[in-house]
Design a binder for this molecule. Structure first.
Ligand code: AMP
Length: 586
């Protein structure tokens, strides 16, 4: 059966997981070229171009971010759903193209770990992601050569990771604070059925902001001590942000963190060095307002689910930033119980995505997943607002917290005789005035000539399981479906643009490692002694240091390439180098 993997496409880090022997497991990469240097299988969501003009993803890209901010992209998830062009060296990319590089790396990571081609995935997104952001995520998958079977909300995935097998009814609050997004959701799990009761959050709040606050403090400190302002210097700022993040992490387990950055600037002819001691207390003070904001969302989620804090059975922490001790304390004060973080908060979402992917493969049909829309979708029409006529009255069609998939229709009327056109605006939000909501689409419908005043136009909104909205309008009198002209499709690409994007990204990525059939052919040509040595080396990869591991992987790839090119002599020479490393490993 073709594998379907679960992917957590995070702001800071991404992971890919799969069900192996009935358990969700993170797939660790073996190839250094994809930049996964972490033992946990975490791939930093960073994309860059190296000195040779080659695309790099993961740790390698992250490591160059401080020195080459101009050709490295961090936190692209925050730009998903926008048309913003992201500059990397001499070219510009769309957010979904940058994300596609990350997905390509994860795809390779999965292929290497499973030894099979991988072309299908379930991808998670923050519950708060808009329609445009979900579209962009799906497009990123397609550009990367992945068929995205389903997009599920991150908190739902986390709940699945914790409770997919529980038979008791439980109400679980998931507090997910990552690098760039915050989500809080309440789900009910009953006999394996997951139902999202409420979901809210802020897709512009996360650990990156905390790093920025520390970095700002450091800039102030440097200015005060040395009378230079480094805020306009990208390299210095990237270094400060990196140092800030390191300090923040230290403060999760220690009360003080020392920040030292030599040669951070120059004043006249003298080098300026930074030395600053940050206390946990000072750090907590800096981010108190942001943490308060997350608690406001917690209260909103409780209110939406019509639950008192005492009715919540369990609180789950998800996302790297929940390691900040103040967060557990705040939640404990509110709920009178300690939150859970037994499943690694960094991996929880990917593991849940793998459980859902397993279900898509038919591995477990006992549980189903109910999801909701965190937004109200509607249109704008003539109506009343505060007792006065309003041309832009918001008319909700699909209400917030409706279970997905859902389909809703509403009738609208033409305003005058011979009306030639109706303009249908599609908005998402909760405000009674459509102008205050987010407009996600604008469609123009040309009407049949000489229609009377009050002709009926039926508008249908269809929101699928992935939160993707389809709109259809029908002229009731004629039954004619009206062709929609999308005037501002935001970041949705046309098929042609998609194909161009896919080709461009693939060309830049280069060849993917060959899988299955090709691998088998290769094995046949491989002389037995070389094949044995490669198998032995593979089995020792886990016990090697990350440096040795990288070198071993490179040598193994080179040996395979040499055999493929028919150069057995070169392969044997390379084997000697590999055997030397194996000898030292014992
Ligand atoms: P995620 O988006 O879930 O991968 O979370 C990544 C965020 O978690 C980044 O902002 C990290 O700096 C942050 N993070 C990771 N470990 C810690 C830690 N020990 N203490 C505080 N924040 C952390």
């Amino acid at each position: 059966m073709e594998p379907i993997v679960g992917i957590d496409l995070g702001t800071t880090n991404s992971e890919v997981a799969f069900i192996i022997d009935g358990n969700a497991q993170i797939l660790k990469g073996l190839s250094s070229s994809i930049g996964d240097k972490s033992d946990k299988g975490i791939l930093p969501s960073c994309v860059g171009i190296d000195d040779d003009g080659k695309i790099i993803v993961g740790t390698e890209a992250r490591n160059q971010a401080a020195v080459h901010p101009d050709r490295t992209v961090l936190s692209v998830k925050r730009l998903m759903g926008t048309d913003q062009q992201i500059k990397m060296k001499d070219s510009a990319y769309l957010p979904q193209e940058i994300s596609a590089f990350i997905l390509k790396a994860l795809k390779e990571q999965a292929q290497v770990a499973l030894g099979k081609p991988v072309s299908k995935a379930v991808i998670t997104v923050p519950a708060y992601f808009t329609d445009a952001q979900r579209h962009a995520t799906r497009a990123a998958g397609e550009i990367a050569g992945l068929n995205v079977l389903r997009i599920i909300n991150e908190p739902t995935a986390a709940a699945l990771a914790y409770e997919s097998e529980s038979s008791e009814t439980q109400r679980i609050l998931i507090y997910d604070l990552g690098g760039g997004t915050f989500d809080v959701s309440i789900v009910k799990i009953e006999e394996g059925v997951v139902e999202v009761l409420s979901s809210t959050g802020d897709n512009l709040l996360g650990g990156d902001d905390f790093d920025q606050r520390i970095a700002d403090r450091l800039v102030e400190h440097i200015d005060k001590e040395s009378k230079i302002n480094v805020s306009g210097q990208p390299v210095a700022m990237a270094r400060l942000k990196r140092a800030a993040e390191d300090a923040k992490k230290i403060l999760s387990s220690e009360p003080y963190a020392k920040i030292e950055e030599d040669h951070i600037g120059k004043r006249v002819w003298k080098d300026v060095h930074l030395s600053y001691e940050l206390s946990r207390l000072e750090f907590e003070g800096m981010i108190e307002d942001e943490l308060e904001r997350t608690m406001d969302s917690v209260n909103k989620a409780l209110k939406d689910a019509a639950l008192l804090p005492s009715a919540v059975d369990k609180i789950i922490l998800v996302g790297g930033s929940t390691r900040i001790p103040r967060i557990s304390k705040m939640l404990e004060e509110k709920f009178g119980r300690m939150p859970h973080s037994e499943i690694d908060p960094d991996l929880c979402v990917a593991l849940g995505a793998a459980i859902q992917a397993g279900r898509e493969m038919g591995l477990d049909s006992t549980s189903i997943l109910l999801d909701i829309t965190p937004y109200t979708f509607g249109t704008s029409a003539l109506g009343e607002l505060d007792g006065a006529p309003c041309m832009t009255r918001f008319v909700p069609l699909i209400r917030r917290n409706t279970k997905l998939p859902t389909s809703k229709s509403e009738a609208f009327y033409t305003l005058y005789e011979n009306q030639e056109m109706v303009e249908i605006k599609v908005c998402q939000g909760e405000n009674p005035n459509a102008l205050d909501n987010i407009q996600i689409g604008k469609y123009k419908f040309r009407l049949t000539p000489r229609s009377p005043e009050g002709s009926i136009i039926l508008l249908n909104f269809d929101l699928d399981l992935n939160g993707i909205l389809k709109i259809e309008a029908v002229e009731k009198a004629t039954g004619r479906k009206i062709n929609a002209v999308i005037e501002n499709a935001f970041s949705k690409l046309t098929e042609e643009e998609m194909a161009d994007s896919k080709k461009r990204i693939s060309d830049m990525w280069g060849e993917e490692p060959q899988m299955e059939e090709e691998m088998e052919d290769l094995e046949e040509e491989m002389p037995p002694d070389l094949a044995d040595a490669l198998t032995k080396a593979e089995s020792q990869l886990d016990s090697a240091s990350s440096e040795d591991r990288d070198e071993m992987i490179n040598l193994m790839e080179d040996i395979r390439d040499a055999v493929k090119a028919g150069d057995i002599e070169k392969a044997r020479e390379l084997l000697k180098e590999l055997e030397e490393i194996l000898f030292y490993l014992g």
